[in-house]
Design a protein. Sequence first.
Length: 268
Amino acid sequence: MRQPTLHETLDTDQKAVKHKVEKEGFAEHFLDDLAQKYNWHEEVYPYAHMYKYNMYKHAINEKPVRIPQLPSTQLFEFRSTMDIVEFFFHKGKLLLNRFGPHVEEWIVFLVTEGRYRSNANQNLFRYEKERGNRDWLTWCTVLQQSPPSDWTNLHPDIKYNTVINITDQCNAVLSRLLKRLRRTEINTDYRKVVFTNLQNLPEFVPFQSNRNPTHKQFKWYFERRKKGGNCGYNKPAKSQRYPKPSVQAMLREYGEWLPSFRKKKNKP
């Protein structure tokens, strides 16, 4: 078999390098387009954040998103507060992106597993399919693609008590989070501000009529940033007001993200 000449070998290597560069350049551009399309990093609500990130992961791996067929579940029971608190930590360290200004949304979603939604008429619906051992990214995708038939409209007689139970569980998680943070080493300005903001976070209330000035005037404080070059710190950014909604209002906002129950009529 004839051996390639030196000129042919160099030419082949150059083509391979050129092809590699073009492929890498295309991949970077492709990833930028996907990140801009799904922009999960800009989502403040947990369900939208995890759903878009899951769609992004499937897109870069060129895998289709398949919604599993789930069996119906028995009566949903709240998980222990310790299990929910662990979601905010990784190997004992704070996952700071989950302690942001919308930390209450994370708590409500984790407590309910996204199974409860409300609407403008204050009806309460529950998702009746079994989650199994599916991770949160997959579970958010299942919920976002769920048909209306998988949601049960709860009777008005049990709606009130259900919202009260969710509220009590959320307050229990918030209380345990604060206890856990007190035992955690808080040695940076950002972690100190996170702890302060969580301490100032008002307790969960079931309905909008139960809110008080601490919910309506809640402010989120920011940490100071270094100037660089051992020149000290800049002044922290001005605090921003983040009014805190009730549990029922958060469930209504969550329900607006999910598929609508309204049937679209075909135009003639």
